[in-house]
Write a protein that binds this ligand. Structure first.
Ligand SMILES: NC(=O)c1ccc[n+]([C@@H]2O[C@H](COP(=O)([O-])OP(=O)(O)OC[C@H]3O[C@@H](n4cnc5c(N)ncnc54)[C@H](OP(=O)(O)O)[C@@H]3O)[C@@H](O)[C@H]2O)c1
Length: 259
């Protein structure tokens, strides 16, 4: 799908991957609708200067169902062409050490809000026979590391949800793009060491959000159903999917239950 002149809705656009992709879409002269927890005029200015046709901010806390209801009500008359479900939270560490409130909040943002937004936006896309839903999953959905139990479960849910929709939307004019996102150098990436580092030797390689945003752009323009990592992470992903005992053996060597 083209990005130029399209109405693009992006969650988690305040920083990281969401902000980088918003900038790429602005450079392509799209109409941007960005979801932030708090208004930020700096972001509007940045996107306008980059070339956006328009920038509209929606304030919403995706950890609240009522807030997502309110967001959908505000979007009622917006003919969204591309929905990028990007916002996410990281949880991690040994399961018994993870506060249950954090786990609930993470599932709400990472999967419930994503499903609710898709549920609300999809009917309009179907009636216009045009649309794309981009869901940000993670390599953790398939590469199941220790210390990632809750976060990986949310991202596996995102992957399964998107794969099912992909089949369900055949010939409907609406497509999906599943991002099996590798390590990207954002605030979330920095949190991995803090949450996992005590028990698990975390891989250090990462890509810039700007570079990853360009890869997402290419995947949108070429209507790819999935964006998978290349390189070493790509090999690791294939091992995790197809030779699981080898993956588990290798990963278990990096894990210590007691630090
Ligand atoms: N970075 C990686 O290595 C990596 C790898 C795999 C997958 N991903 C996925 O990529 C997506 C983007 O992550 P990122 O790396 O760009 O992380 P990030 O820099 O931490 O950005 C997370 C974004 O989500 C928003 N968000 C968090 N909680 C929210 C809430 N309750 N309501 C509304 N917005 C909320 C944040 O907004 P605030 O500024 O208001 O907090 C922020 O814009 C996530 O879904 C993540 O799981 C990232």
């Amino acid at each position: 799908m083209e990005i130029a002149n399209r109405q693009i809705l992006i969650t988690g656009a305040s920083r990281g991957i969401g902000r980088a992709f918003a900038k790429v879409c602005a450079q392509d002269k799209a109409f941007l609708h960005i979801v932030l927890r708090q208004r930020d005029e700096e972001i509007v200015k940045e996107l306008q200067e980059a070339g956006a046709k328009s920038v509209t901010i929606y304030e919403a806390d995706l950890s609240s169902r009522e807030s997502v209801d309110g967001l959908l009500a505000q979007l009622r008359d917006v003919p969204v062409d591309i929905l990028f479900n990007n916002a996410g939270i990281l949880t991690g560490g040994l399961l018994e050490d993870q506060p249950i409130d954090n786990i609930y909040q993470m599932f709400q943002v990472n999967i419930n809000a994503l499903v609710q937004l898709t549920h609300g936006i999809l009917p309009g896309m179907l009636s216009r026979k045009r649309g794309k839903i981009i869901n940000n999953s993670s390599v953790s959905a398939y590469m199941n590391f220790p210390c990632a139990s809750t976060y990986a479960a949310s991202k596996a849910a995102v992957a399964a949800f998107t794969n099912c929709l992909h089949l369900e939307l055949k010939d409907a004019g609406v497509t999906t793009l599943l991002l099996i996102t590798p390590a990207i150098k954002t605030r979330m990436f920095d949190e991995i060491e803090t949450l996992y580092g005590k028990n698990f030797q975390v891989p250090q390689e990462s890509m810039s959000p700007a570079k990853y945003a360009q890869m997402i752009r290419e995947a949108v323009l070429h209507d790819l159903p999935t964006l998978e990592p290349a390189g070493l992470t790509g090999v690791g992903l294939k091992v995790a999917k197809f030779i699981k005992p080898l993956f588990d053996f290798e990963i278990s060597r990096r894990f210590r239950r007691n630090s």
